[in-house]
Write a new protein. Sequence first.
Length: 135
Amino acid sequence: MSEDIEGLNRLMARFAAMPANVRKRAGQQAFMGAEDMVATMKSIAPRDDGEDGDQKLVDHIYQEEGRLGDISYVVISDAKDSKGRPKAPRVELGHVAEDGTQVPAVPHFYPVVRTLGPKIKRRIASAVSRELRKK
């Protein structure tokens, strides 16, 4: 595992020390939270027609396992335009079009992360506490 995240080894050691049932429950809640984020992002993402070889943004929002395996998940938006450039940041933040006009921002990723992030953290913490009390 790479050292590009400060404290990652310490965090992985803490997860390794968790009982299996607690780890499983935390992973289930993390998975459900990631699914909620993906569904919400897809519901508010702009609906474009994918003209000129562009990929549709809403079709390229998904989740996959993170670095910690079954206990962490990453939400990704990786649509590309016809030139192979990432499309999501330009839609999220706005940009200047080729003809010089300003294309307004259509936030769909970070508002969801800011809104649902704390809720998901509480769900995971609550699930871990419940599992630890059962023991």
